[in-house]
Design a protein around this ligand. Structure first.
Ligand code: CO
Length: 276
């Protein structure tokens, strides 16, 4: 057993995106540009409608995947190919943008709490121009595992104690777990060797990750290993995500993530020409 440790700590940075949605950017900001294969992690959380009501109107993506995990509130997704989907509490949308699409993500409520995450996962060079694909997963399709007393895990992607999450066929073989620990609970979580991994505390104030305290809104980049020790003195929720690093060149311009600058120029030209 090789325990993963905290290699680096990063605090979410307050910013806004879309048409002015306030959020915390944790990956994809000066303190942590990326964590191969993860390009971005945002947490949006507000019960003030003004912080989210303008949503994310039409915008393009090419060359990677966007993963939306809703904890509270409702958004509606729609794209220029006619795909529509509702994102309600506890649901996940794993969108492989591939060669490109134009979509919007708009709130379906005028008051109340809106809370969730968006993660961007890179695609291998060979898959960047693949056809767009959606995996829309309702909350009831996400298995819940209780691997230890007081520990409840929603397995969104990857495998835990022999139970596999519903997200399938992703090149980076991701693990995406929402882990709730009751006060006093602890658990040694197995993680694939060689995967980049992080833990992000999103609820509770007394999390211990790899034997160290981790504050809410703080992300731990984890060292290599096969086991992560988690504990909590009070009720806590932690997102643990891991993925196979691609180790390929990254050329990035806003919603386009390719391997070369020439491919970025091509993406911009294709988008302007209405080819998405
Ligand atoms: Co988007």
């Amino acid at each position: 057993m090789i325990q993963r440790t905290i290699a680096r700590r990063v605090r979410g940075m307050d910013t806004a995106d879309g048409a002015g949605v306030k959020l915390k950017r944790v990956i994809g900001q000066p303190a942590l540009d990326m964590l191969d294969p993860f390009l971005l992690l945002d947490e949006f959380r507000s019960d003030q409608a003004g912080d989210y009501i303008e949503g994310f109107p039409d915008h393009p993506h090419r060359g990677f995947e966007t993963v939306t995990y809703m904890l509270a509130g409702r958004m509606q997704h729609g794209d220029n190919q006619g795909n529509r989907g509702d994102l309600g509490p506890g649901s996940v949308q794993w969108m492989t943008a591939g060669s490109g699409l134009v979509h919007s993500e708009m709130p379906q409520q005028e008051a109340g709490l809106m809370w969730g995450f968006q993660l961007w996962v890179n695609l291998p060079a060979a898959d960047k121009m693949t056809a767009p694909r959606y995996q829309d997963i309702p909350p009831g399709d996400i298995p819940v595992v209780q691997p230890a007393p007081g520990v409840t895990v929603r397995v969104i992607a990857g495998e835990l104690e022999g139970v596999s999450g519903p997200v399938a066929g992703i090149a980076t073989q991701p693990v995406y777990l929402d882990i709730a620990l009751d006060a006093g609970a602890h658990y040694d979580l197995g993680l694939p060797v060689g995967h980049s991994a992080f833990a992000y505390v999103f609820d509770g104030t007394a999390a211990r990750v790899a034997g160290e305290s981790l504050a809410r809104s703080e992300l731990a980049v984890l060292s290599e290993g096969d086991t992560l020790s988690l504990a909590a003195a009070e009720a806590t929720r932690v997102l643990v995500v891991a993925g196979r690093p691609l180790r390929e060149p990254v050329a990035r311009y806003g919603p386009f993530v390719m391997n070369t600058q020439a491919q970025i120029h091509e993406a911009i030209a294709d988008f302007r020409a209405g080819k998405f």
